[in-house]
Design a protein around this ligand. Sequence first.
Ligand code: FOL
Length: 212
Amino acid sequence: MTRFTVIVAATLQNGIGQNGKLAWHIRKDMNYFAQATTKAPEGMLNAVVMGRNTWESIPETFRPLKNRMNIVISRNSAYELMTEETPSTNTPPHLSNSIKDTLERLADGQYEGKTIHRSFIIGGASLYYDTLKLPVEGPSFVDRVLITRVLSPDFPDCDVFLPDFERLAEAQGKPFTRAAHKELEEWVGFEVPEGVQEDEKGTRYEFQMWVR
Ligand code: FOL
């Protein structure tokens, strides 16, 4: 029984990336992503689940994402996660060949001697879609979305998109509703700036949490 949290930054058109990477650099959002996905009680560890393209989009010096169990999904069981550049870490990445296989691995509840706390779906588009389609009647589905809504500029050249999670959830008969900012802060366990933010480049964005 795994409840997943989708974490994503997306434009109002649901754009999430361009040419295999993010279309923006929002430093405070990246810090938020790192903190939200890492923070866990003493002796526990969160899992970050990603598709192979997302793994490849993370700079080699940053992957595996430190202090998190990294699960990379690829149908190619011979895919090499570790290269000469891979930093040594206490949390080596785990290769999985499907969502089902990932669920089985997470059901174990343990990794490198630590208990798994939360499981985050960190992208990309096809993994977001496949996990948002998991039946809500089943033991494992997405019950929370941490979305950083990128309000402007438009980033019209995005070529990959977050599926419309609100519409998918309504079709499943279990809609998402937006949580109050206080609830977001209580859930992540740290202070988060409220309302529309603007960085030094003029990018406007907002941290939101949706639950069902
Ligand atoms: N969610 C949000 N809110 N923003 C994102 O940018 C985001 N990106 C992904 C998934 N969910 C997201 C996928 N892409 C790194 C790079 C790309 C990426 C996810 C993570 C990364 O390098 N993370 C490091 C931080 C490095 C740094 O501080 O610059 C990490 O430790 O998490």
